[in-house]
Design a binder for this molecule. Structure first.
Ligand code: 13P
Ligand code: SF4
Length: 320
């Protein structure tokens, strides 16, 4: 069955028409992360990495509703930046193992146990952790923001130990790291990449900094999803080994139709791809349903919002 026929036969075309109509009716803007399903990236008004999505949310204009096709912490960040708008997440269960690895009460105790530190947190955190932080970072600006701190600053960095260790290695700092990780990026192994490299020796290795150190050491480029996409677009190479969630391959292939992208295999799966199950909870049907129902809506505890917003604003200010 060809693609056009499949779209018509399985009802996808009707869902897409409903989404377009509802989007107009509700004055909604649809944001999507690179890790969500291709069909959601294609229907979104804007697709980006965590930093670009936050920047877009801060400038969303007169839309009444923002739908975040991504995960809960991303929708929370949008709500912090757009408190007067309705923020929807197509599936309320779209969480994040990295955000879950940093409970706000435990993080508060960690800060108390290590006084005198500036607290820098990755945006992949619950709002309670954002409220405890002096400044947030994404994978796209973490290096720049840490480097902007005084050289002798004592820093707590959470929750991703791999990103934190990478920044320590790049800057020569000794930030105190929270012991959290993303279950998707933790699954890449140096062995898997070395095997691919033997098969495709000319292919640069693109690695997200949430990957473990042995994988990062094999990288030709370490960067956020947007940075990896830009590198692939600008590089003269014809094929690339990609060690991050496989959703990014869709945009890479769209941006570089003549190049080949080879997903690095996870260590504990036979599917040959690396998917974030939370991101993949977002579907076209759920996007339509959430627009129609105005739910699931993501809200933020007002007691936390002001403090959390301050750390987001500081990040956006330093990212200009
Ligand atoms: P970036 O969007 O910053 O590349 O981060 C990837 C990620 O894991 C988002 O959940
Ligand atoms: Fe969270 Fe990892 Fe999924 Fe990103 S890929 S949303 S860090 S679980």
């Amino acid at each position: 069955m060809d693609k056009a026929c499949k779209v018509a036969c399985d009802g996808t075309a009707a869902i897409i028409e409903d989404i377009k109509r509802l989007k107009e009716e509700k004055k909604a803007v649809i944001l999507a992360h690179y890790y969500v399903r291709p069909e959601l990236q294609d229907i979104a008004d804007y697709v980006g990495d965590s930093l670009a999505l936050a920047q877009k949310a801060a400038a969303v204009g007169d839309a009444r509703t923002v739908v975040m096709c991504g995960v809960h912490f991303m929708a929370e960040t949008v709500k912090l930046l757009c408190p007067d708008k309705t923020v929807l997440l197509p599936d309320a269960d779209a969480g994040c193992s990295l955000a879950d690895s940093c409970d706000p009460d435990d993080f508060a105790r960690f800060i108390v146990d290590h006084p005198g530190h500036t607290v820098i947190s990755y945006v992949n955190t619950p709002v309670g952790v954002k409220a405890l932080s002096d400044i947030l970072v994404t994978s796209g600006n973490a290096l720049k923001i840490v480097e902007s701190m005084p050289a002798d600053a004592k820093i707590i960095f959470g929750p991703d130990r791999n990103l934190g260790a990478y920044i320590n290695a790049c800057t020569g700092r000794d930030m105190l790291l929270w012991d959290g990780a993303c279950h998707v990026h933790e699954r890449f192994s140096a062995e898997g990449i070395i095997k691919l490299k033997e098969e495709f020796p000319d292919a640069p290795v693109l690695v997200h900094p949430e990957c473990p150190r042995p994988v990062l050491l094999l990288a030709d480029k370490v960067g956020s999803t947007a940075a990896l996409l830009a590198y692939a677009s600008e590089s003269p190479a014809g094929r690339f080994i990609v060690a991050t969630e496989s959703g990014i391959l869709h945009k890479m292939q769209q941006a570089c139709p003549d190049k080949t992208f080879i997903p690095a295999p996870p260590t504990d799966s036979t599917c040959g791809c690396n998917e974030c199950a939370y991101m993949k909870l977002n579907t076209l049907a759920k996007l339509r349903d959430c627009l129609a129902a105005g739910a699931p809506e993501v809200t933020v505890d007002p007691a936390l919002a002001a403090r959390a917003r301050r750390s987001v604003d500081r990040m956006l200010e330093l990212s200009k």
